[in-house]
Each structure stands twice: as C-alpha cells, then as structure tokens.
Write a protein of this length. Structure first.
Length: 271
C-alpha cells in the first residue's frame, strides 16, 4: 500500500510539473492550480470551473436573447439551460407544457424560443399566474423568501409578448382555482415557481396524475435559501408518489415521473 501511495504521489507531482511547464505564466504550483481551477461560470449563486460551453451554443443564444426581451437584467443562464434541456426532453414525450408562476415569462420565453414552440401544432404551453404578485392569504410565516419579492401587474405585457404563439394559453388567476378553468389532459413538462408552499403543492397534486410517464417537473426555488419550507413540502410530495427530487447546483429541483417512457416519433402527439 505504501509503495502504491508513493507511486501515485510521484505521478501527481510529475503531472503538476508538466502542467507548470505547459501553461504560460504558471511559475508555481499555486499559479497552476489557480489557472486550472479558475471559474468558467460565476452567476446566480453558482461558481464552477466545469465546462459550460452551452453559453456559446447558437440555439441557446437565440433563446437567451428572446428571454431578455422579458427581463433584460436577469442573469440565470445555467437555470435557463436546465429548463431548455427539460423542454427538449419533454418534446420526446406526448403531452402539453405547463408553467405555474410566470411573472413576465422570462424562462418560458427561453424554452419556447429554444424549441421553436410556435411550430408545434400538436402542443400547447399553459401559463398560470396572477400576473400581479403573490396572494397574501396563501403566504405563511414559513414562506420566508416570499416576503422578499415585489411584483407589478404584468398581464398586458405577457399577453402582448406571447401573441405570436398561437399555441400559448395565458391563464390569469390564483392557483389552484385557476387550474380547473382550462382542460389539460396530458402534461410532459411542468415548471413550478410560485414562492410559497400552498399553491406549489396544490399544483403538483393536480398535475401529477396528468403527467405522462417520464414527464418532468422543474421546481425553481427548491435549493435556495429562504425556500426551505417549499423544499420540505416538495420532498414530502415526492415521497408520497414514490419518487425523489434531484437537487441541482443551480438551486432547482428536478423530478421525473416514474414509469416506462415511450420515446421517438410514435410518441410525438400528445393526444
């Protein structure tokens, strides 16, 4: 064991020396480590030295530009990347798209642009929100982060922004009551971002039976400070349906509905 450990240490030292020799400006081991592990991405509470070449992808850039027309000062590119991936995954399944908690439609605009959603004549994208902020009666003392947010009425803006999408349905009202005002049979993509427990869990309970096998749920606030009550409630819900939520370093939670997912051209139609 000692010989193996020494050989490994020697190998690592040799590699580090080669790195130093091959990196301009790296004169010491510290310089080398600093250059090797310099952050490639630092935004939205996430700092990493991992590959993030998706930020240069032309399809991503077009979607990012579309989203910034809704919120020019918002910088949540890795979260956006996750929702785009989720949308692409959902495209392989039969079912509609739903977002509960839209505000000005930053992330939904990104997903729609990324997927060219207006060309998907067999899909609808339902956008549920009050479009005027949180409902005080639904916010409890546990919903710590809910009190940080201040919203302005944005219904007219959202209607105008998405008017070029014939398959987008904007539903104004309070979740869960508003959910029953439209007919949705099957869901492949569900985004939850309402900043307080009661409407979020009500939406999950309502849509879970409608979520197709392999359907995906993105819980936007899952890992963020101040949203612990939402995380606990989401975990309890997931356990109750025999599933588990994946905690992402972006702060989001990812939940897949268990079951055999039918992929490919045969699953293209949601009906």
């Amino acid at each position: 064991m000692e010989v193996t450990t020494r050989a490994l240490e020697h190998s690592l030292v040799q590699r580090l020396r080669m790195k130093i020799a091959g990196i301009p400006g790296a004169r010491t081991a510290y310089d080398t480590l600093r250059l090797i592990f310099a952050p490639t991405f630092r935004e939205d509470g996430l700092s990493t030295s991992h590959n993030c070449d998706f930020v240069r992808d032309p399809q991503f850039l077009r979607a990012h530009e579309a989203a910034q027309k809704h919120e020019a000062r918002v910088s949540i590119r890795w979260r956006m990347h996750v929702t785009q991936w989720a949308g692409f995954h959902a495209m392989q399944l039969g079912g509609d798209f739903v977002e509960c908690g839209v505000n000005r439609g930053f992330l939904s605009a990104s997903v729609m642009a990324y997927l060219d959603f207006k060309s998907l004549h067999d899909r609808k994208f339902f956008l549920f929100d009050t479009y005027s902020g949180l409902v005080e009666e639904l916010v409890t003392e546990e919903d710590v982060a809910a009190h940080r947010h201040a919203y302005k009425d944005c219904h007219d803006f959202v209607v105008d922004a998405f008017k070029r999408y014939p398959n987008v349905v904007i539903v104004k009202g309070v979740v869960p009551d508003s959910l029953r005002t439209v007919e949705i049979e099957r869901v492949a993509y569900l985004s939850i971002d309402m900043n307080c427990v009661q409407p979020e869990i009500a939406a999950m309970e309502y849509f879970w039976p409608r979520l197709v096998a392999g359907g995906i749920v993105i819980i936007d606030d899952y890992g963020f400070s101040g949203h612990e009550a939402q995380k606990r409630a989401a975990d309890r819900f997931a356990a109750s349906v025999g599933a588990r939520i994946l905690s992402l370093p972006t702060g989001q939670g990812l939940l897949l509905k268990p079951g055999p997912a039918k992929l490919g051209a045969d699953a293209a139609s949601p009906r």
